[in-house]
Design a protein around this ligand. Structure first.
Ligand code: GLN
Ligand code: ZN
Length: 760
């Protein structure tokens, strides 16, 4: 092994989503678990081979998972929540992940600031933990049998504890003494596997603003784990942000090396001198594991040269910035993509070659490249040059407009606007509405697929969408909703729909990224300056409004959400891209209001997930995120009512930011938490109107009238009726009509009961 290059980890869902497909088949009881294992083996083998072919020195095992690595870690530690303890093997594993008839699933939440979700382990002081190293040992042996000696990836004890939750009262770090001995046992088992072994211990928790308590555990932990056996080299990996506080401590432990992200955390540069002094290996994350752009290899070489000024070259190993799990698999199936654009991209498999080439240039020199590598370097340079000048990317019209754009917020103060709006819209207290989407039926999805594949005409497709809208409106009128929506049948996805119509956006055929378990997303990508060649939602809204005398709410996705759910170009600051999107949306809003749409909702479902990991970066994110929401709605006249929707309930830390967005009405998710989370709105004297969800749409359960009555009354304990709207928690797209119809009917009945009581 020449030990020159390194991958933090590889994806597992498979380049054709093989894992997703077999898992879903298994869950539907259409195949055996053995078949799942066969597919899993095939994928591991293929992924190892890709890395081997690219001449990657450090290839990982245990980066694979049938569902999630945090869940695997919980299983490895024997941290099985009580309710699952009668179960075994795969039944246990998948019940923990997904729940079963009798047990609710474990909670799932976002992995740092990515769109990947992990299973949150549940710990308690009364539980006893016990090692199960099977998966880790087996995977190592599987690779070894194929002639590949892997480094073993495990999630570190401090990150594991930091991301878990206590089901009894108390802090998870109090359980340190119970967890650490299991890790020690694990390392003993691993040390018996081979004569020398590298373990990558992921400690991404180190990139947060950590308390002294956590920092004080680093040295004892890594002193202990490095003391298990002489044949183990431990590399501690962090990513997405800098981990300077932890690095300062880790250099004083006997670990072998540190993997640091130099792309998302330039500050890691500040740790170079102490790393150099310690003589430890530096695994330098210089190829972006979270984006899809070709690396600028010559640029990367300069970055590495800069690092070499402090850290000796023979202590540097070239790496991806994080696991390639966060990037799609391969460009090889993208045959519909424009060639010029495709030439700017690099997915996981292509990134392997980049890392390999960078390490050859860095360690052997350009002059020693063989002709094939030399050609690859030249084409990389040419591709990056073409991005600097291509007219597909750089649009003077957009750039001039953004420079001269001065309308940064809408006219009028909220207090004045709302009076004008109430008069114009004539709505009462506790107005009933929905969040936008209605069930995406199989019929609609098939029609869209057929239309995209050229199997049905545009007229035919539009006719089907119109029929859906007609029915959707009719249902809402019959049901007694006050402010209607068209149901979003024309949208496959709330970001992709807009991306498809904006200039500067690209799409892949097969660029799937795991979101959680078997669920994958295919984010569109922003490659160039964004503009709106023509209205995006106008025709559908005009049509929908013409079908009812009630108010039809226009429906847009906000700039920050569009940005956060796309891969974003890396040649411009994110906030500038977001501003371009905002300006395009402001044109759409103007068109909508001029066509008679009186209420327009701008969804910011992903507003909160864009928050930076470090406190010091929050202010600047909030500043531009608010700026761009306000720019998007800046064209709205005072009488046009602007709504926004956010898919959370935790607003305690960000309520001032939400207020500053200055939407006339905000709808949020509160059904699962009663009125607890609404209290912050009252506490700060929030003036704008609020639609706290009155029932949870994430489950197929139909809420009863009485429970919705109870929920509304709880809300009324916090905010006055004049300030409240009534709606479900979120869009109804993933539900079935036979769930939605009775649920909404019950919601209307409940409102009427409450209103009657209030009138008495
Ligand atoms: N309008 C969107 C819908 O109803 C909002 C969904 C979301 O914010 N996630 O589906
Ligand atoms: Zn939502």
């Amino acid at each position: 092994m020449s030990n020159k290059n390194y991958i933090i980890g590889f994806g597992r869902i498979g380049e054709q989503r093989e894992l997703k497909k077999i898992l879903e088949k298994f869950w539907a009881k259409e195949c055996s678990f053995k078949e799942v294992q066969q597919v899993a083996y095939k994928l591991k083998k293929r992924h190892w081979n890709y890395q081997k072919e690219a001449e990657i020195d450090f290839i990982s095992s245990n980066d694979f998972s049938l569902y999630d690595n945090m869940l695997d870690t919980a299983v490895m530690l024997g941290a099985i929540p009580k309710r699952f303890r009668d179960l075994k093997d795969e039944e246990l594993y998948f019940s923990m992940a997904r729940g079963d008839k009798t047990n609710i699933a474990m909670e799932m939440t976002k992995w740092f600031n990515t769109n990947y979700h992990y299973i949150v382990p549940e710990l308690s002081v009364v539980d006893e933990y016990k090692l199960d190293a099977t998966k880790i040992l087996d995977e190592y042996k599987e690779a070894k049998n194929l002639g590949i000696k892997t480094k073993i990836n495990i999630i570190g004890p401090l990150t594991f504890l930091g991301l878990s939750k206590r089901v009894d009262a108390g802090d998870t770090y109090e359980l340190y003494g119970k967890i650490i001995p299991i890790y020690e046992e694990l390392l003993v088992e691993i040390s018996n596997l081979d004569s020398d072994i590298t373990i990558q211990i992921d400690e991404p928790i180190f990139v947060k603003d950590n308390e002294v308590k956590l920092l004080s555990l680093i040295k004892p932990t890594y002193d202990k784990l490095t003391n298990i056996s002489d044949n183990i080299n431990i590399i501690v990996a962090s990513y997405f942000e800098h981990s300077n506080e932890a690095t300062k401590i880790l250099v004083h432990t006997p670990i072998y090396g540190l993997a640091l992200d130099f792309l998302h955390a330039k500050e890691n540069i500040n740790s170079l001198s102490i790393i150099a002094k310690s003589g430890k290996k530096l695994i330098a994350g210089v190829v972006d594991g979270r984006n899809i752009w070709k690396n600028d290899i010559l640029n990367t070489i300069s970055l590495l040269e800069k690092i070499t000024k402090t850290v000796a070259k023979n202590n540097i190993i070239i790496s991806s910035s994080c696991s390639l799990l966060h990037t799609p698999f391969t460009l090889k199936y993208e045959d519909k993509m424009d060639n010029e654009i495709k030439n700017w991209l690099s997915f996981a498999v292509e990134k392997l070659d980049e890392i390999s080439l960078i390490s050859k240039i860095f360690f052997n020199g350009i002059d020693n490249l063989d002709s094939k590598d030399f050609i690859n370097l030249n084409s990389n340079t040419a591709a990056n040059e073409s991005r600097k000048t291509s007219s597909l990317i750089h649009d003077n019209f957009v750039q001039t407009r953004i420079k001269n754009f001065t309308k940064l917020s809408r006219d009028g103060k909220y207090e004045d606007r709302i009076k004008i709006q109430k008069k114009r819209l004539g709505y009462k207290d506790l107005t009933i509405t929905t969040i936008g989407s209605f069930p995406q039926t199989l019929e609609i999805r098939n029609a869209r697929r057929d239309f995209k594949n050229g199997l049905i005409t545009k007229e035919n497709y539009n006719k089907q969408i119109k029929r859906y809208i007609d029915n959707c409106i009719k249902f809402q009128e019959d049901c007694g909703l006050d402010v209607l929506v068209h149901g979003e049948p024309e949208r496959n996805d709330m970001v992709e729909y807009f991306g498809e119509q904006l200039k500067g956006y690209g799409f892949s055929e097969n660029g799937w990224v795991q979101s959680y378990g078997s669920r994958c997303v295919k984010p569109p990508f922003i490659y160039g300056d964004i503009s709106r060649p023509k209205p995006m939602t106008l025709d559908w809204m005009i049509y929908s409004q013409s079908k009812t005398t009630k108010i039809m709410k226009g429906m847009l996705t906000g700039p920050v959400t569009i940005l956060n759910w796309s891969f974003v170009r890396d040649d411009k600051p994110r906030d500038e891209v977001s501003k371009q999107i905002a300006i395009a949306l402001s044109d759409e809003i103007d068109d909508l209001q001029n066509a008679g749409i009186k209420i327009i909702q701008v969804d910011e479902a992903a507003f909160k997930e864009g928050y930076p990991l470090r406190e010091k970066n929050i202010k600047s994110y909030e500043t531009w995120a608010i700026r761009d929401f306000k720019i998007a709605v800046s064209s709205a006249k005072q009488e046009t009512q602007i709504h926004t929707h956010m898919c959370y309930s935790e607003f305690n830390d960000i309520i001032k930011t939400i207020e500053a967005m200055d939407a006339d009405v905000i709808s949020i998710e509160t059904a699962r938490s009663g009125n607890e989370l609404l209290k912050i709105f009252k506490k700060i004297g929030y003036k704008q109107e609020v639609g706290p969800g009155v029932y949870d749409i994430h489950s197929p359960r139909i809420p009863s009238v009485s429970e919705i009555v109870t929920q509304i009354k709880l809300l009324l304990e916090v905010l006055p009726k004049e300030q409240l709207w009534i709606n479900p928690d979120c869009g109804l797209k993933t539900r079935k009509w036979d769930e939605v119809i009775p649920s909404l009917k019950n919601m209307v009945k409940a409102v009427n009961i409450v209103k009657a009581e209030l009138d008495d």
